[in-house]
Design a binder for this molecule. Structure first.
Ligand SMILES: Nc1ncnc2c1ncn2[C@@H]1O[C@H](COP(=O)(O)OP(=O)(O)O)[C@@H](O)[C@H]1O
Ligand SMILES: O=C(CO)[C@@H](O)[C@H](O)COP(=O)(O)O
Length: 498
């Protein structure tokens, strides 16, 4: 038997999957690592924690295989997007990584708008948002000039881990697309943007396809992990591109809903000129020369974890959500907006914060839990709405991520999105997409589509219930008003934040 390994470098943990030629997951191992929040709105991680966690998780996977470690032919990666890792001339990080959910860069975003105007959207197909990488680069340049002086090159989180495992520096197109330095349709670093911000071409790593061979394992990594030195290391992709690959979303027609820490509505796009006007992100896919449009809710699963950790400490999600299915759509008139860390789609606003509207004495904790699930799903429905208005058909949605583990939430998604929602049989999230990139890279299949046919197994389907669809359609109109009605109130509260 031969195997591949998919490594998902997430925000809270790294998860490694051992996958056989039929797409069966034979073993998995994960290691978590902390987030560092030095100030409100800041979010950092230590790159060394990713590397150590990845090697430990690989060692655990490999130890289960005994003497057959050389049956692992290839490994590949899925990574949290946008995070800035600045490397010195020796390839060492000059500071902590600044992550996708760090919102300190509003001023740098406005500067990018001022300097590039409409060219930014024309070249990168995306607007300047706090989460993306270029604003983070400018923040370090302006606020930590000494660290910036040492920085010779930047990479993204999984690129750094791949570099430490293989000694080779690369960035794949799907992750490079989220930096605001890539000409997305042209598939090259934008000289125009680099020179506008006085960055040299050598500041960007060489570009590679997601299924491209980046190198082999370094001998000391092979020794520590138990893998063979001949294990091939493939580039991998952005976590959302890998989530889509792992759900078999490689062509137009089926949409992805992913509820992890963040939440995503994603639709594959074959036309690289398709215009969304920056309302949703437009990125290169992990499949060669393909693209996708995507809307992002910053605090999707995070809103539910926050609610659990704050009001039901120590309970499992199953305990927390027991009984939510007995409450009617609308949570008894309680409405939640999931803007705990600001929002991306459709309101790119780092200052907005969440609300519960309509509380009364009849509401139990279960009403609140249901309202949180509904609010997250309404936020994702704003992205579904944008895709539909841009002419895309959204009638079948594959749902992945922690949020897809709860059948009440899957039915709620069908009712709010007004579409059939399909779960996967053995949902593994982006790690499976990474494993598929390794399987395709190893030559096990002629195309990613062939690989998906073997690896991706659809499970239960949830059809919209017409009565619930009606209730949610009118509630969604109320939900959509909350942002504008609470915006100035939230701005007035900024001085009181920690
Ligand atoms: N059993 C469950 N029922 C409902 N939601 C869940 C369940 N388990 C996890 N979640 C949600 O999924 C989120 C974690 O999803 P996951 O895909 O593991 O995230 P990430 O990869 O971003 O760390 C949690 O924050 C929680 O909101
Ligand atoms: O910023 C984005 C996408 O643009 C996030 O999707 C991150 O890529 C990480 O999200 P999680 O997988 O941790 O939820």
């Amino acid at each position: 038997m031969s195997y591949v390994v998919g490594i998902d470098l997430g925000t809270s943990a790294v998860k490694a999957l051992l996958v056989d030629r039929d797409g069966n997951v034979k073993a998995e191992a994960s290691r978590s690592y902390p987030l560092v929040h030095k100030h409100s709105g800041w979010s950092e991680q230590q790159p060394e924690d990713w590397v150590e966690g990845t090697i430990d998780a690989l060692a655990e996977l490999v130890s289960g295989l005994g003497s057959s470690a050389d049956q692992i032919e290839g490994i590949s990666f899925s990574g949290q997007m946008h995070g800035l890792v600045l490397l010195d001339g020796q390839g060492r990080p000059v500071r902590n990584a600044i992550l996708w959910n760090d919102t300190r860069t509003t001023q740098q975003c406005r500067e990018i708008d001022r300097v590039l105007g409409g060219r930014l959207l024309e070249i990168t197909r995306n607007p300047a948002l706090e989460g993306f990488t270029l604003p983070k680069i400018l923040w370090v340049k302006q606020n930590e000039p000494k660290a910036f002086e040492q920085a010779k090159l930047f990479v993204l989180p999984k690129d750094y881990v791949r570099y430490r495992l293989s000694g080779q520096l690369h960035m794949d197109y799907s992750d490079a697309a989220g930096t605001l330095l890539l000409d997305v349709a042209g598939k090259h670093w934008s000289g125009e943007i680099l020179s506008a911000f006085e960055l040299s071409a050598s500041f960007c790593p060489p570009l590679i396809e997601s299924h491209g061979l980046a190198g082999k394992l370094l001998p000391d990594i092979a020794q520590r992990s138990g893998l063979s030195e001949s294990t091939k290391v493939f580039a991998g992709g952005a976590d959302n591109a890998c989530g889509a690959i792992g759900a078999g979303i490689l062509t137009e027609g089926v949409t992805l809903c992913s509820i992890g820490t963040s939440g995503v509505i994603l639709s594959s796009e074959s036309d690289k000129q398709k215009e969304f006007g920056g309302k949703v992100h437009f990125f290169n896919h992990g499949k060669q020369d393909a693209f996708y449009a995507m809307g992002v809710t910053l605090a999707a699963g995070y809103s539910l974890s926050w609610f659990r950790n704050t009001f039901a400490e120590g309970e499992s999600f199953e305990e927390l959500l027991a009984g939510v299915g007995d409450i009617a759509p609308g949570a008894g008139g309680l409405l939640f907006t999931p803007y705990l860390v600001g929002e991306r789609t459709p309101h790119a606003d780092s200052a907005i914060r969440g609300s519960f509207i309509g509380m009364d004495g009849s509401h139990s904790r279960t009403h609140f839990a249901r309202a949180v699930m509904e609010g997250i799903t309404f936020s994702l429905n704003e992205s579904v709405d944008i895709l539909r208005r841009a002419g895309k058909t959204v009638d079948t949605i594959i749902s992945i991520g922690g949020g897809a583990q709860n059948p009440v939430w899957l039915q709620m998604q069908a009712d709010i999105f007004g579409a059939t929602v399909v779960a996967l049989e053995n949902e593994q999230g982006p790690g499976m997409g990474a494993a598929m990139l390794a399987a395709y890279g190893c030559g096990w299949f002629d195309s990613l589509e062939d690989c998906a046919q073997r690896f991706v197994k659809r499970g239960a389907a949830y059809n919209p219930n017409p009565d619930a669809v009606k209730v949610y359609a009118s509630l969604f109109e109320v939900y959509q008003q909350v942002y504008a009605q609470t915006r100035s109130l939230n701005e007035a509260l900024i001085p009181y934040r920690g």
